[in-house]
Design a protein around this ligand. Structure first.
Ligand code: NAD
Length: 442
């Protein structure tokens, strides 16, 4: 499962050879751990166009405790750049985006972060819509150019609600988002919830992660525990021992339960007498076959685990009031649900279904229960699921993204943990790909 190519390119002969042959040269990504600074160097605050949010954005960036240079400042080797392009309302104004970034992009530090701030393209002003949509193409191209482990995102904010962007900016600027690039994230203006201790933003909260005996789910559970939550890990009774060991290792509580069982929601509700604050639907299976060869049972089991059970438990837990006000629902899609994949009509249908569920439920869940609903869409993540993929397809999956490597379970976990934070109330209805900007479905 180890990525030997990544290790080889990290050595001097490996670098020499791969450069001579014109092969991908992935930069090893540095994971976040408590004590790691959000940014290892200055943050440049730049502006393009007439921004109405300069002062409030400046105050928000200052409150992060980062070494901010700007608005309009300079830094020799910025570790991060926030370009405020919310005031770009005509295609002509895009020249200011070029003028702001062209002189500094070459000096961005390895593993640097670029966040372009925009607003939602207008339904009434097609000039503004053209300019703001242009930022999407710009960001996605820059993400493919920057190299050396750097990432580039477009964050659409509501100008009156700049303050709602704090948790998202912190996530996108930090190593926690190492494998997230080329994403367009749209925020609402919802006020962030209170956080007593920034080192433990989930203190006092109860979370449940399905499919958490191993792989991505176990990593999500571990990060939620790290962030202060009381965590229940759920997995099928057949892996009861592995689940118990994971629970023990993480300091979580094991709940052996098949999520497709008729009484699954009831059993979950019984296990959390004070209600649930964070529900992470992670359990998932693949049963690959081309449609022409796929028996009905393979189709049904995948749709049942990956989609139907998510709908059933979510509905039942919302109806019963088990999900507390201010809660968070995080579902797991996949880039296969966006791009489609040979032999995965069942899997891709179930994961695309998750995207439909998230987009439809999010506004209602927020209005009726103060709950957000978002999805992570992992790309190629180094787990048992992808270790089983044939060698050449596995190598292609690892290299065919802007960061030229597979992601780690912790990359998905950090994204889920950002959704889960009380400060992320403005993140709702989003599907965020954790795929290193995979070429698939780009
Ligand atoms: P994994 O197979 O390692 O882990 C999945 C876990 O879900 C297992 O522990 C399994 O026992 C559990 N599970 C399966 N059916 C269940 C059920 N009915 N009830 C309760 N638990 C059940 O997979 P992973 O790679 O860690 O994937 C986790 C999630 O991420 C899945 O939803 C998967 O589709 C998605 N995903 C993974 C990748 C990747 O590259 N690994 C890419 C895209 C999406």
């Amino acid at each position: 499962m180890a990525d030997r190519y990544l290790r080889f390119t990290g050595t001097a002969p490996g670098r020499f050879l791969t450069r001579r042959l014109g092969l991908p040269q992935p930069a090893a990504l540095r994971p976040w751990s408590p004590g790691t600074p959000t940014l290892d160097g200055p943050l440049l605050h730049l502006t393009a166009g007439d921004s109405a949010v300069t002062d409030r954005l400046g105050a928000l960036l200052a409150s992060t405790g980062l070494d901010v240079s700007g608005p309009g400042g300079t830094a020799e080797r910025p570790a991060g750049i926030v370009l405020d392009a919310t005031g770009v309302v005509t295609p002509g104004g895009l020249a200011e985006v070029h003028a702001a970034l062209h002189p500094v992009i070459r000096s961005l530090a390895p593993g640097g972060r670029v966040v372009v701030l925009g607003v939602r393209p207008s339904a009434d002003d097609h000039h503004q819509a053209a300019a703001q949509q242009a930022l999407e193409g710009f960001v996605r191209s820059l993400g493919k150019e920057v190299g050396r482990g750097a990432t580039v995102q477009l964050l659409r904010i509501v100008p009156e609600g700049v303050g709602a962007a704090g948790s998202t900016l912190r996530f996108l600027l930090s190593p926690r988002s190492a494998y997230v690039s080329g994403q367009v994230i749209e925020l609402t203006a919802a006020e962030p919830g209170p956080v007593a201790d920034p080192a433990a933003p989930l203190a006092g909260r109860t979370a449940l992660v399905t499919g958490a005996a191993r792989g991505i789910g176990a990593s999500v559970a571990g990060v939620l525990v790290r962030d202060g939550a009381r965590v229940l890990v759920l997995d099928v009774p057949a892996v009861r021992d592995e689940l118990a060991a994971t629970a023990e290792r993480l300091g979580a509580t094991a709940l052996p339960l098949d999520i497709t069982a008729d009484d699954a929601a009831e059993r979950i509700a019984d296990a959390v007498p004070d209600g649930l604050d964070v529900l992470v639907h992670n359990a998932g299976i693949t049963r690959d076959r081309r449609l022409a060869n796929m028996p009905a049972e393979r189709w049904a089991s995948v749709v049942d685990v990956n989609l139907d059970s998510v709908l059933r438990t979510t509905d039942a837990l919302l109806k019963a009031g088990t999900l507390n006000h201010g809660g968070r629902i995080v579902a797991t899609a996949s880039i296969a649900g966006i791009a489609g994949n040979n032999g995965q009509t069942n899997y891709a249908a179930s994961k695309a279904g998750i995207i439909g569920l998230v987009r439809s439920l999010a506004p209602r869940a927020a209005a009726e229960h103060g709950i957000t609903v978002n999805a992570v869409a992992p790309g190629f993540i180094e787990t048992r699921m992808t270790a089983a993929v044939p060698l050449f397809i596995r190598e292609a999956g690892r290299r065919m993204n802007s960061l030229a490597q597979g992601g780690l379970p912790v990359d998905v976990a950090e994204t889920a943990a950002w959704f889960a934070q009380p400060g992320s109330a403005a993140v709702n209805g989003q599907v965020v790909r954790v795929c290193g900007q995979s070429l698939l479905g780009a």
